[in-house]
Design a protein around this ligand. Sequence first.
Ligand code: BEZ
Ligand code: FE
Length: 306
Amino acid sequence: MAELNQAQLLELVNTKQIAAGNPRARALTQRIVTDLFKTIDEMDVTPDEFWKAMDWLSRLGQSGQVGLITAGLGFDRLIDIRMDEADQKAGRAAGTPRAIEGPLFVAGAPTTQWETRVDEGEPKGEIFVMEGQVLDTDGQPVANAMMDVWHANEVGGYSHFFPGMKPYELRRRIETDAQGHYRFRSFLPPGYGIPPNSPTSELFEALGRHGKRPAHIHFLVVAPGLRTLTTQINIPGDTYIDDDFAFATRDGLIVELEKNVAPTGYESLGITAPFTRSRFNFVMQKALNEDETSPAARMARVTAQA
Ligand code: BEZ
Ligand code: FE
């Protein structure tokens, strides 16, 4: 093969073709390769730096932590910001703000009607009840909406990802009643921290950054004819509330906590003493097409398309 300079090599890499391939995949790959060639040249990346980065990427893939890196480098929030901007342009910025799904959702949690104990009857931490309605943007209750709820355990771990936890621990699905009501009991979870001694922590240490998320609870709400809502609520008072490593907290999602609520009316949740409550309504937009009502979380959506 002929001798090549950098520009000639880049041109070859970007134009080689024996079949149509996927034009979008070709265009994106060309752009990314071009940007990386430029980065390597302008930043004078050494061979050892390059191969160290490739070793890190291989170990990252094996560890299943790619979703931690996408969040920590701002890509998950970027995708939300771009969807918010598109909504604003289209005049449909309404309802509960979206917030990143994160990489820790697991489909298939046990389902109950109207109310449940997310904490499976094992009291831990401060007893917390969250309740409210699912509404559409006209203020109409949404009956039979399906709401996935998931949160971290008392040390910040998520079931299916953190050793020693039971399947679907701290994960439940609630189907709203005829008036769109839901309620659940759990405990106020602490924040999340990236796993130590992992490919993710290696990068964050190298960047001089922490890998902490403030205390939060995740929701994925689905209902016929409405746009699937992926969001989180934040628990006020957390040290990291304005310094989330995943950039995911939003003003409209920091709930108010009512302390010392009388237990009357909450006996079915096993509550007999004053507890902490938050009332929060989830407001869903009308879907413009069937795709927007997809019940699938982010990875299930794309793997189903493959
Ligand atoms: C979380 O929601 O817990 C999370 C989000 C992004 C990265 C890691 C964890
Ligand atoms: Fe989380």
